[in-house]
Design a protein around this ligand. Sequence first.
Ligand SMILES: C[S@@+](CC[C@H](N)C(=O)[O-])C[C@H]1O[C@@H](n2cnc3c(N)ncnc32)[C@H](O)[C@@H]1O
Length: 280
Amino acid sequence: MEEPFEKLLSGRTFQALSALVYQHSRIRLGPDKQALVANRLRKRLRALELGSYEEYCHVLHSPHGADEVEELVDLISTNHTHFYREPEHFAFLTKRALPALVGPLGATGAPLRLWSAAASSGEEPYTMAIAVAEFLRDHPGLDWEITATDISHRMLAEAREGIYSMGSVKPVPLELLKRYFQKGFGARTGVCRVKPELRRHLRFERVNLFQEHLPVAANQHVIFCRNVMIYFDPPSRALAVERLARHLAPGGYLVVGHSESLMGIPHGLQPVQQGVFQKT
Ligand SMILES: C[S@@+](CC[C@H](N)C(=O)[O-])C[C@H]1O[C@@H](n2cnc3c(N)ncnc32)[C@H](O)[C@@H]1O
């Protein structure tokens, strides 16, 4: 009988893979993730016609290994997301952040800038975009843009397309679905696409939160960085928060996931409500 693939990933090789993933992305893979890693890499090994995880490690450490390390991180990272995930944050955007930000910005003529810093397949930045577009129906004339970034090329390609199954847009209220999505017909039955009027406000870019220079405009008014810091260790979390806070405009907001505490991180931001912090 063929041996299960995960058994063939030795503890030593798993540690070598984990170290590479950490160096590149700061994602910490605990020992409980060994079977998951073995499973997720199985197809990749077959595609590269490699017979073992050890051989795969040699490829990763070879002079051309850098691209494959990106592929590895892409394969093992968790990309789960959905429209209106943690809906309190979008209510906060509409009820508190936008009313506070839009008046002063309108007077200066400067654009409103938002950043989704772990955008995955796009549901989060598009939900932000819907909230902003809805709010600005009553405050027309303000220029706005959302930068959506992620470490994963694969996820960003999906996000850029903005095509979703009818099942995944279920959390979007019907009125907003009609206003901001086009339903597919013929070969595209069962999916819908974010309308170009909304998509034109979003810019998608591959950004690793730990890369040397973050190619994102300074003075962001709202930054969502949700459900990614749980995968980082405390020093990396602190570093990420420090870098994000530096990108906030005075008075701007940082929003993190409900299960992500900033306890013990010296961030200098003012807590506003669960998961929301303001730069004063
Ligand atoms: C679970 S998803 C969160 C999606 C969305 N923010 C939400 O809350 O629904 C986590 C995302 O973080 C991305 N990620 C992981 N490490 C990263 C890093 N070092 N820099 C940027 N993105 C990263 C992953 O590729 C993944 O798409």
